[in-house]
Ligand binder design. Structure first.
Ligand SMILES: Cc1cc2nc3c(=O)[nH]c(=O)nc-3n(C[C@H](O)[C@H](O)[C@H](O)COP(=O)(O)OP(=O)(O)OC[C@H]3O[C@@H](n4cnc5c(N)ncnc54)[C@H](O)[C@@H]3O)c2cc1C
Length: 440
């Protein structure tokens, strides 16, 4: 058997690499020799991570803001929601790095190499890390390569600026997840994270093909602030991203060279959220690492359930072919789905009831959006027929049953196979039955 210099190597000291390292810095892992490899020589704030808090995690001391209310607004309505015990939290990357690096520095068995790149190769006895001195590890977690942007499909493209403005225009108790107005051609919205009446991170975001020419983010941000009479504006920080929204991404994995973080598919294709999923992933690696070292292979990581992948795929296909529906669809989804159920779905931890509730709310949102959307000539495309399908399903059920129920009851009934609609839905369905723009 060949000599190994380390038991565990963590390749990439970003969100996922440091999240895992902090867990392995616990005293019970002191007998393990651990190496982190990171090309950066200095850490700075390069991102702002937000997520819904569904349980404890090791970085709570780095949380700088917590919102108990969130807002989605567009021509489809102004929907403000909250879910008790599930705040939306914010961790600026510099706070995260500082806390993580301090915890790691306290673990004498963890070495960190900065300013160097790994190029690992797995062989039958472990992983050769591609570092000076031919270092080897028994097990390596690799977060170096996030999924590539594909030529097809959508990417989440955004520029965010933390601004200090002269007029008190923000509500520090409420995060705006999507301000979909003014409606533009394509899926476009402004995301606002206020920290005081005069200070907020404001992001201009598009779901658009990676190579699409987009209007200037700076102009859009300036317009948004101007429309709210923000007054003078000072930019304190800027971040930007282009996250692939690829529902088909499948990470390659070996027995001992195991992908981690975004490289392991942690980014939720439909939303770009990864923080919570990365924490769950690192918890499960911590629980399995001793067994993996003993057996010489890491047990396969759990994939997102097929139904969630299918729902993301359907939504993204719909947004690709019918972007004009977004300003009505998203407010309707937030309006019709119970907040705690939607939060668990968005945070990648849905149960069966949550999935049913989201499907039901999406279907209602689609009915609402299709009834207000102009006809298109794209009906030959299967995904373009999706709204029509929901439309027909709900129209017929509405006309057959004509029942009136609350969303929670509807969810239970959907789970039992009994479909139903609300009174407003019934009215719309009746009105639309005669004037559907889609072929039957
Ligand atoms: C601007 C921005 C804002 C975001 N905001 C949110 C948010 O609010 N909520 C949310 O849930 N998600 C958010 N995300 C998405 C996601 O959380 C992040 O992309 C997250 O950083 C992914 O973590 P990671 O560890 O997989 O990748 P990274 O954090 O990118 O880490 C990868 C690491 O690998 C290192 N590396 C590269 N090459 C090598 C090499 N050859 N050898 C060794 N190391 C290497 C890199 O230097 C880097 O440190 C955001 C993303 C961006 C870009």
């Amino acid at each position: 058997m060949s000599r190994s210099d380390y038991d565990v190597a963590i390749l990439g000291g970003g969100l996922a690499g440091l999240s895992l390292a902090v867990r392995l810095a616990e005293p019970r892992f002191r007998h393990l020799r651990i190496l982190i490899v990171e090309p950066r020589t200095q850490y700075r704030r390069d991102k702002t991570w937000c997520y819904w808090r569904l349980g404890p995690h090791p970085f709570e001391a780095a949380v700088t803001q917590r919102w108990t209310r969130w807002l989605v607004t567009g021509p489809g309505g102004r929907i403000e929601r909250s879910a008790s015990g599930m705040p939306y939290e914010c961790i600026p990357a510099d706070e995260f790095y500082e806390l993580a690096l301090a915890r790691i520095a306290g673990a004498p068995n963890i070495e960190m190499w900065q300013g160097i790149e790994a190029a690992p190769i797995e062989d039958c006895e472990g992983v050769c890390l591609g570092l000076p001195g031919g270092k080897r590890a028994r097990l390596a977690f690799d977060s170096r390569r996030p999924p590539k942007l594909g030529q097809h499909g959508l990417a989440q493209r955004f520029v965010g600026r933390e601004v200090e403005v002269s007029r008190p225009i923000f509500d520090p108790g409420c995060a705006t997840l999507m301000d979909l107005e003014p409606a533009r051609e394509g899926v476009h919205f402004t995301y606002v994270l206020p920290t005081s009446r005069t200070r907020a991170l404001v992001e201009d975001t598009w779901f658009a093909p990676p190579d699409a020419m987009l209007p200037c983010h700076s102009d859009a941000l300036a317009e948004w602030l101007h429309a709210r009479r923000a007054g003078d504006c000072r930019v304190l920080f800027e971040e930007a991203g282009c996250l692939p929204m690829d529902p088909h991404f499948q990470p390659a994995r070996g027995r001992r060279l195991v992908p981690l973080g975004a490289a392991a598919g942690a980014h939720r294709p439909a939303t770009g959220y990864a923080f919570g999923t990365i924490q769950t992933q690192c918890d499960s690696i911590r629980d399995d690492v001793e067994r993996a070292l003993a057996e010489g292979r890491m047990p396969p990581a759990g994939r997102r359930p097929a139904i969630v992948r299918g729902m993301d795929r359907a939504l993204l296909t719909l947004l690709t072919h019918r972007p004009a529906m977004a300003p009505r669809l998203f407010p309707a989804l937030f309006a019709h789905c119970p907040a705690h159920r939607l939060v668990r779905f968005l945070a990648d931890r849905p149960n069966a009831g949550d999935l049913a509730a989201v499907i039901f709310a999406t279907a209602r949102g689609l009915c609402q959006a299709t009834s207000e959307e102009p006809a298109t000539s794209d009906v030959g495309n299967p995904s373009a027929r999706l709204p029509a399908l929901f439309h027909r399903l709900f129209s017929r059920r509405a006309l057959l049953h004509g029942s009136v129920v609350e969303p929670e009851t509807a969810v239970e009934q959907i789970q039992q196979g009994v479909h139903c609609v609300s009174e407003a839905q019934l009215m719309r369905a009746r009105n639309n039955a005669e004037k559907s723009p889609y072929p039957e």
